[in-house]
Write a protein that binds this ligand. Structure first.
Ligand code: IPE
Ligand code: IPE
Ligand code: MG
Length: 250
């Protein structure tokens, strides 16, 4: 067991960790390789982080794999990414089952190529009874898209009389989001040195702790996850109150 892992207080683990897996392209470029080489090597990091999170006892791990805006990349990169995604989703079925991890996906999934969508649904179906951790892939996802979808669904319900305007509060609104069955992430990790949200989980990250690292995603390993959690556990989450108020309550 590593020293960092020992420093984690398992009684205060984040239940839900969200990750913006960034830097695959730069990782490849550094080695004079094509961008897709970076994406291929990012798969290993997904496997390592999923296993590490499940082993620790994290209940939800949510990974930003492909954003709405990523459709604007070259068709060569988009095609290669879609193929890599479906191949990985199918190949990882045994690992997911061996680790008792349930696969989930959120985003505008209908925009995905059919072969990709089918592979995704197949693995989701075959892992649906796993209970140790839910691994959510965000595909063709963006926070603004999700919130707009929710607004449309709510408008339809009000129009049909199923919902009254007065009933719409934050709790009600969040039941129309793709993440309705999950708690909000306590911790957000972004790799590659970029410090922005890039349209990720805009509603759900309202009070999350952010952790940024310069490491590119393919280099992000178990130890790095442990380090992020240790850092998270050193923060004081005040939710608008003062430090004194929190100490008084103890
Ligand atoms: C993240 O790595 C993966 C996806 C967005 C699909 P990038 O592809 O954004 O890598 P950089 O940021 O260009 O290095
Ligand atoms: C965000 O990364 C999306 C994913 C990690 C899937 P990007 O690399 O696309 O973000 P920006 O465009 O640099 O902000
Ligand atoms: Mg990037």
């Amino acid at each position: 067991m590593s020293i960092t892992k020992d420093k984690i207080d398992l009684t205060r683990l984040p239940q839900h960790i969200a990750v913006i897996m960034d830097g695959n392209g730069r990782w490849a470029k550094q080695q004079g390789k094509m961008r897709i080489f970076g994406h291929q090597n990012g798969v290993g990091a997904v496997r390592a982080i999923s296993e590490a999170a499940a082993e620790l006892g994290v209940k939800y791990l949510t990974l930003y794999a492909f954003s709405t805006e990523n459709w604007n990349r070259s068709s060569i990169e988009v095609d290669a990414l879609m193929k890599l995604l479906s191949k990985t989703i199918s190949e990882e079925l045994d690992t997911l089952n061996n680790n008792n991890i349930r696969l989930n996906a959120i985003g505008d999934l209908e925009r995905l190529p059919k072969y990709n969508y089918d592979a995704l649904i197949d693995t989701i179906e075959k892992t649906k009874n796993n209970s140790r951790m839910t691994l959510t892939l965000c595909l063709s996802y963006s926070g603004r898209w999700e919130i707009t979808q929710a607004a449309k669904m709510i408008a339809e319900k009000v129009k049909s009389g199923e919902l009254q305007t007065e009933q719409i509060d934050e709790k009600c609104f969040s039941t129309f989001l793709n993440t309705k069955d999950m708690p909000d992430p306590e911790l957000l990790i972004r790799t590659s040195g970029e410090e922005r949200l890039s349209n990720f989980l805009l509603w759900q990250l309202a009070y999350s702790e952010f952790y940024f690292t310069d490491k590119f995603w393919p280099d992000f390993g178990k130890e790095d996850l442990y380090e992020a959690i240790v850092d998270y556990q050193s923060r004081e989450r005040r939710f608008g109150k003062t430090s004194e108020q929190l100490i008084d309550k103890k």
